[in-house]
Design a binder for this molecule. Structure first.
Ligand SMILES: Nc1ncnc2c1ncn2[C@@H]1O[C@H](COP(=O)(O)OP(=O)(O)OP(=O)(O)O)[C@@H](O)[C@H]1O
Ligand SMILES: Nc1ncnc2c1ncn2[C@@H]1O[C@H](COP(=O)(O)OP(=O)(O)OP(=O)(O)O)[C@@H](O)[C@H]1O
Ligand SMILES: [Mg+2]
Ligand SMILES: [Mg+2]
Lengths: 251, 251
């Protein structure tokens, strides 16, 4: 059982899109997956078609009570892909968790009670606050989506510092599973520049699979479906299938 | 003197890009502007060419001491556009401010000591934590950049709820100055969909000026310059000049 956090404090780099579509691609390759939506925006829950009034109990309820409740695991339209959903209430956890004794371990405490899945994926919010820290403490490894843009490069050093901090203080087994380049655009010289910089910085940790900018990918969530279901043959879907194969191959 | 926060908890929607380029466009129309970088990522500071080792004292130092220090105001390569910079240390403020008595008012306390500017713009991080709350409490109004994408629509209701909360509890004068559509792509039907949804939701608050997706805009920060300096005649620059005119006209 692997618990993989999808994290990067830079906003809009494709964390949720990767969490939804990599999970779906893993299921397509016969894995059983639980997606944990740890972002108060609830984009992963929406992107998998779970409406606001079907999210109780949500992750917020589990973190507040400290007890796991099997009703929090919701089925999605995809067999073998389940989700623990999030609502706007979860934003309160950033402040409420701060007062708990074991504040970094609350999510780990919940997930350790869940069996029957090959992979857990945790979609983190765009910040290095307590929700992301809980995601990194609960995880066996972390996948970092990296948008092929200049500002996205800037945040890398603080993210790796945080990962090292978590590894040294709370979760000695935490490793970077891989870095995936997202929204890569062949027509844009910036994409090539970012790609060569990142391969220089992270070496083999950077997946060979690159996710291209593909409008079908950004349309899919408005239909409550992963792009692999919305448009199976588009370049975005194929890239996420390739990524899933690469993640499994590296195990 | 107007203090305008640039806020939206959704990540990657163009907050920093709008803060940098709207500030620059305002200066081009003879206003004196102070940009406050309230995001620990420090993208606004980098985008205006202030290297990491020229950022002391930074916003973190001011918030920690509670005292204003004129050395925190850095000149940029653009006359009449100054900046209070940020560093990764600022991330600690999210937790450190929580313990202060007047935790929502710390930034306001600093900015109230500064005169001589026509406009202040505050670049907020992608979260509704204490840094963004401080930005909304210090502000006279807020500009909401909105990416023309489906997930960006989803966060609007929690942002307006937070603005109402701040208005009712801490800053009765806070208003939405306007909503600006960003990264609009004529070739992408999603952009038209989002535009009509947002004009339906916010009506006249949505600026007529739309910022198009323009690769020159995303290249400019790697040169430490606003796009108005990097490529004055590109569509992105023209759009930000139009936006500045509209913001001033609406006063
Ligand atoms: N490969 C792609 N091609 C086109 N659009 C994409 C692609 N990947 C993501 N997007 C779009 O870019 C936007 C940002 O992606 P997403 O919301 O997944 O990022 P995020 O890192 O989860 O954002 P946040 O920091 O707010 O959590 C979304 O509107 C999404 O639909
Ligand atoms: N009009 C535009 N055309 C093309 N690219 C753009 C445009 N506006 C912003 N970008 C790019 O999109 C990315 C996201 O923009 P930006 O960093 O300004 O958003 P943000 O909301 O400040 O992100 P965060 O939530 O991380 O603070 C950046 O790489 C930026 O260069
Ligand atoms: Mg997300
Ligand atoms: Mg920003």
């Amino acid at each position: 059982m692997k618990i993989i956090s999808i994290a990067n404090q830079k906003g809009g780099v494709g964390k949720t899109t990767t969490a939804i579509n990599l999970s779906t691609a893993m299921v397509a390759i016969n894995k059983k997956v639980l997606l944990v939506d740890a972002d108060p925006q609830g984009n992963a829950s929406t992107g998998l078609g779970i409406s606001e009034d079907n999210r109780s109990p949500s992750l917020y309820n589990l973190l507040t009570s400290g007890k796991f409740d099997t009703n929090a695991i919701k089925k999605t339209l995809i067999p073998n892909l389940d989700i623990i959903t999030s609502t706007q209430d979860l934003a309160a956890s950033e402040i409420e968790l701060a007062e708990k004794e074991n504040r970094e371990f609350c999510l780990k405490g919940i997930l350790d009670q869940i069996k029957d899945y090959d992979y857990f994926f945790i979609d983190c919010p765009p910040a290095l606050g307590l929700l992301t820290i809980n995601g990194l403490v609960a995880a066996t490894s972390v996948i970092v989506p990296l948008q092929c843009e200049f500002f996205a490069l800037e945040g890398l050093s603080s993210l790796t510092k945080t990962i090292d901090l978590i590894k040294n203080n709370f979760n000695p087994g935490l490793e970077i599973e891989g870095v995936v380049l997202t929204m890569h655009d062949k027509r844009n010289s910036l994409s090539e520049l970012v790609e060569s910089d990142v391969r220089g910085y992270f070496g083999d940790k950077v997946y060979k699979t690159i996710i291209p900018r593909n409008v079908r990918v950004s349309e899919a969530p408005s239909h409550g479906k992963p792009v692999l279901v919305y448009d199976t043959n588009c370049v975005g879907s194929k890239a996420y299938i390739d990524l899933a194969k690469e993640v499994i191959y590296n195990q």
